[in-house]
Design a protein around this ligand. Structure first.
Ligand SMILES: [Fe+2]
Length: 244
């Protein structure tokens, strides 16, 4: 099975070109690339909107995704409004307390867990739910999709200014679970892989812009269409990022 994932689209209102980037074109080209990859499932990992949640933008994205005919899942990022996402994408059943959009699904051998870190942390309710889900059917490989990397990632600008604020809690939860989980996230606008005994964390780059993580402050690295492919196999998984 092949899962593809794309993140941090940051689609601007029509006619706007933030940082002189055509965010719609870069998204459409990324989508074209992953359609050719014949993926079985597409996960959109948040920051659909350029700056503020925008209903018109969400509808436009939905139209483009529907046209691919690939089943897809959506989670929210810090530039999204989870309740608006739920209403535009028909995910109201997964909206908790009107603000958090989190859910799960099981496929042969795997448990896919979609979390909502859009406010940079989880409610107690979401922590409890995640804890429960990690303990369920431990023989299934756990794949977690969330917008923020749940650990520091040696990207100074992002680690300093926009980290997930409950990294310690995440680490404690994983240690107590005795599992090794696979986390797929975005938000940091880099391509990176962070390995620890309890977690393999893969950050997917953004087709809007990526940053140079060797710099202490914000420094642009590139802005080109891209996506990540995850291939699930009987013995494990492999993953690569593709650029235009
Ligand atoms: Fe973000």
């Amino acid at each position: 099975m092949i899962i593809t994932t794309i993140t941090d689209l940051h689609i601007a209102p029509e006619g706007e070109r933030p940082f002189d980037v055509d965010t719609r074109q870069n998204f459409l080209e990324s989508l074209g690339m992953l359609v050719r990859d014949q993926s079985d499932l597409l996960v959109v990992k948040g920051d659909l909107s350029y700056r503020d949640a925008d209903e018109k933008v969400y509808h436009w994205i939905r139209e483009q995704l529907d046209q691919t005919k690939i089943p897809y899942r959506i989670i929210g990022g810090n530039h999204d409004d989870s309740s608006l996402l739920a209403s535009v994408f028909g995910l109201e059943d997964h909206l908790h307390n009107s603000i958090e959009l989190y859910y799960e699904e099981k496929i042969p051998g795997h448990h896919l867990i979609y979390l909502d870190s859009s406010i940079g942390s989880f409610s107690q309710m979401q922590w409890n739910w995640l804890n429960e889900k990690l303990q369920e059917e431990a023989h299934l490989r756990k794949l977690i999709f969330m917008h923020h990397p749940p650990v520091a990632a040696s990207v100074p600008y992002m680690d300093k200014n926009y980290p997930f604020r409950e990294q310690g809690e995440f680490e404690r939860l994983l240690k107590n679970s005795n599992l090794h989980v696979y986390v797929f996230c975005g938000h940091y606008h880099v391509e990176k892989c962070i390995l620890s005994p309890s977690m393999s964390c893969f950050i997917t780059p953004s087709p809007f812009f990526n940053i140079d993580d060797t710099a202490d402050d914000f420094k642009l690295y590139n802005n080109i269409p891209c996506y990540r492919r995850i291939q699930l196999t009987d013995s494990g998984l492999n993953t690569s990022v593709f650029y235009e």
